[in-house]
Every structure is written in structure tokens, then in C-alpha cells.
Design a protein around this ligand. Structure first.
Ligand code: BEZ
Length: 242
């Protein structure tokens, strides 16, 4: 074989390996379909996201069972699980630990009185991912942190199984469950009505409407005298919350 062919083969092999590595750790992006997986969970087998088609979903990854930050996160999530239920949202938690570990950990978590509150019943499944299949599909393994333990990932997925929001936190920092709920409510509002939510928006606050596309449109909007709308600049229009 001549040298050129050998070099071309080596280059092709290197590119294929690089592409495989990139794909292995790729984080699915907003607007894409949520990657499908089948997993064993504390509530039986799960086919995600298809089992929950038609509902909102939040997928949480965590680094390891029986660790302090993760434990507080699962308990805080269980504290507001009914709120997520009212928002027609299914919660799924996963890590690379095995199913037996998950089962024992759930049992232990349900016996804890966090901050002297009553103990919780964990109503959502914990999925095990010992082969790292889910972690790879969702880009939850960040190799400089670990190639076997997930970072703290959050994926908010709409009823049509499209990814709407993603967050990633390091292992040292516990997530704010109220913030995740706030983002979910904002997404659901924008999904239902043509409105946007401003910085630091909280449910019940006034919302934004899309900017007028032209000066003429802005003038038309201003001349309408709609008592529900007010503007701070021609491109910055609020809609009063009812
Ligand atoms: C924790 O949840 O406490 C934790 C998990 C992995 C590494 C460090 C802390």
C-alpha cells in the first residue's frame, strides 16, 4: 500500500474516533427531540420520554447515591413534587449507580427529617444507568469532572418530547428546586400565550410581549390605548397580569 493511502486511512480513523467521542458527550440542545432510553427504576422499567408523551417532564441527573448534596436535592424535590404534579409535569431522576443502591437510598431518604420537617415519600422514579447509556446520550458526563459520575443536569422537556431548557451545575452546588419550578411555569406560560417573561419574573408578575417589528407597528400598538399594555420604550412592552 502506498504511503498516501496509509496516511488517508489514519486520518479517517482519527476523525471517526473524534466524532464518536464528541457524540458520546454531546448535550442535546433546546428545540431538539429528547433522546430516548429504556432504564430500570425504583418504580419499574421506564421508556423515556415516550412513557410520558403528552405531559411535561423534568429529567434530573445526580453524581452519586448516599452523598450529602444529592440527598438534600432529592428530599427538596419530593417536598414540591405535588406542585409539579399540578403543573402536569413528571419527574425522573437518574444516576450511574445501580438499582439496589437507589432502592436503599430512597428508603434512607424517606426516614430523614430535613430541617426538622416531616419526612417525605418519594413519588418519582430513580433510574439506574450503570452502562452510562443515558449519561452519554444527555451529555451528563463532563470528562474533566468524571467519566463515570454525572454532573447535576436538568432537562425540561415539553409534551411533544422537545427539549425546552437545560441547566448544568457542578457536584458541589445543590440546585434550587423553586428556580426549576419557576422556569417550568414560565415555559408553560409562553407555550400557551404569545408572551415572554422578564428577568427575575415570578408567577403573577407582569409579562412582556414580543417587540413590535417596526416603528409603524410600535405606533399602532401605542395608539390602541389598551389598558392591559404599557411600554417603557418602543421595543419594551409589558402586559399586566390579571
Ligand atoms: C454530594 O452530593 O454531596 C456530592 C456528590 C458527588 C461529589 C461531591 C458531593
Amino acid at each position: 500500500m502506498n504511503t498516501k493511502i496509509i496516511l488517508a486511512c489514519i486520518l479517517l480513523l482519527s476523525l471517526t474516533t473524534l466524532a464518536q467521542q464528541t457524540e458520546t458527550y454531546r448535550i442535546p440542545l433546546i428545540g431538539e427531540s429528547a433522546p430516548k432510553f429504556t432504564g430500570q427504576s425504583t418504580q419499574g422499567p421506564i421508556h423515556f420520554p415516550d412513557d410520558y408523551y403528552g405531559h411535561w417532564k423534568i429529567l434530573f441527573s445526580h453524581p452519586a447515591d448516599f452523598t450529602p448534596v444529592c440527598s438534600t436535592e432529592i428530599i427538596e424535590l419530593a417536598e414540591i413534587q405535588d406542585d409539579f404534579g399540578k403543573l402536569d409535569t413528571k419527574i425522573v431522576v437518574m444516576s450511574t449507580d445501580g438499582l439496589n443502591s437507589h432502592i436503599e437510598w430512597v428508603r434512607s431518604l424517606q426516614s430523614i427529617n430535613l430541617y426538622d420537617r416531616e419526612s417525605v415519600t418519594i413519588g418519582f422514579p430513580l433510574v439506574s444507568d450503570p452502562d452510562l447509556e443515558i449519561s452519554k446520550k444527555y451529555g451528563m458526563l463532563h470528562p474533566e469532572y468524571s467519566t463515570t459520575r454525572d454532573v447535576r443536569g436538568v432537562f425540561i422537556i415539553n409534551p411533544e418530547n422537545k427539549i425546552c431548557a437545560t441547566f448544568f451545575y457542578p457536584a458541589s452546588t445543590g440546585r434550587n428546586m423553586d428556580e426549576i419550578k419557576r422556569v417550568l411555569i414560565a415555559l408553560q406560560l409562553s407555550d400557551k400565550r404569545d408572551v415572554l417573561t422578564p428577568a427575575n419574573w415570578q408567577p403573577g408578575d407582569d409579562v412582556l410581549i414580543p417587540s413590535p417589528a417596526s416603528i409603524e407597528e410600535a405606533e399602532k400598538l401605542a395608539s390602541k390605548d389598551n389598558p392591559d399594555l404599557y411600554s417603557l420604550e418602543w421595543y419594551l412592552w409589558y402586559k399586566k397580569s390579571k
